[in-house]
Design a protein around this ligand. Structure first.
Ligand code: PEP
Length: 252
């Protein structure tokens, strides 16, 4: 009942427009192998309009990597939800790199999620514990706090388009993915938190896993009952690997 969503977070790559458009075309071609899967690319903000023009509106979906919660104002360097309207379907919010380097707090993530929903954008709200929190046995508490904050500004979760991405910080870009069993345990916990917030909507909300997802580990991760796709960093820049991850999602 939950169609998988595979989102590629390109981060600050590639560094030229030509490369960005070429990568978008390559991913678009790769996505044809798995039409039942929602494929999303999240290029840097500066390339969004050109990438959208290049792939057209009927191709793969596009996401932004962040946005501000306000519509307008004195927020140097920021992007308004109004600017994303018509340009993207998804927006990643609360990625751990933004929490770490850009002062993204739980409270701001909650405001951004509410703002995205109010503007018809599907938020991919990223949550996940840091290595030291995991070592201290705090994973469940961190997830509880972050997920509650992320959905705290929403009156209901029904028809919000919300996606949650569980991304243990220690697994991002390290090659050290969570085991399928550990990822499932946390995703099941997230589902319970969503159930407590809105029992009717929780079962329809996709929960992705993110953190060193590859063509090799994707199948086992996607076979877990509460994992509905992935947020992919490094492998999303390699169309062959992204295609293999899409195929694994289609098979699951
Ligand atoms: C990410 O940055 O969201 C991510 C999951 O990266 P990677 O797949 O490279 O670990």
């Amino acid at each position: 009942m939950r169609a998988p969503i595979i989102a590629g977070n390109w981060k600050m790559n590639p560094t030229t427009l030509d490369e960005a458009v070429a990568l978008a075309h390559a991913v678009e071609a790769a996505a044809r192998v798995a039409p039942s899967v929602t494929a999303v690319i999240c290029p840097p903000t500066i390339w969004l309009a050109d990438v959208q023009r290049a792939i057209g509106r009927d191709g793969i979906s596009i996401g932004a990597q962040t946005m501000h919660f306000e519509e307008r104002g004195a927020f140097t360097g920021e992007t308004s939800p109004l600017m994303l309207d018509g340009l993207v379907q998804f927006v990643i919010l609360g990625h751990s790199e933004r929490r770490l380097y850009d002062g993204e707090t739980d409270e701001r993530v909650g405001r951004k999620v509410a703002s995205a929903v109010a503007h018809g954008l599907r938020p991919i709200a990223a949550v996940g514990e840091r290595a030291e929190e995991r070592r201290a046995g705090e994973t469940a508490a961190v997830i509880d706090r972050q997920v509650r904050a992320a959905v705290g500004g929403l009156d209901s979760l029904t028809r919000t388009g919300l996606v949650i991405a569980y991304e243990p910080v220690w697994a991002i870009g390290t090659g050290d993915a969570a085991s399928a069993a550990d990822a499932q345990e946390v995703c099941a916990q997230i589902r319970q938190i969503l159930r407590a917030a809105d029992a009717d909507a929780a079962d329809a909300i996709p929960i992705q896993y993110g953190g060193s997802v590859t063509a090799e580990n994707a199948g086992e991760l996607f076979s877990q009952p509460d994992i509905d796709g992935a947020l992919v960093g490094g492998a999303s820049l390699k169309p062959d690997q992204f295609a293999a991850i899409l195929r694994a999602a289609a098979r699951a």
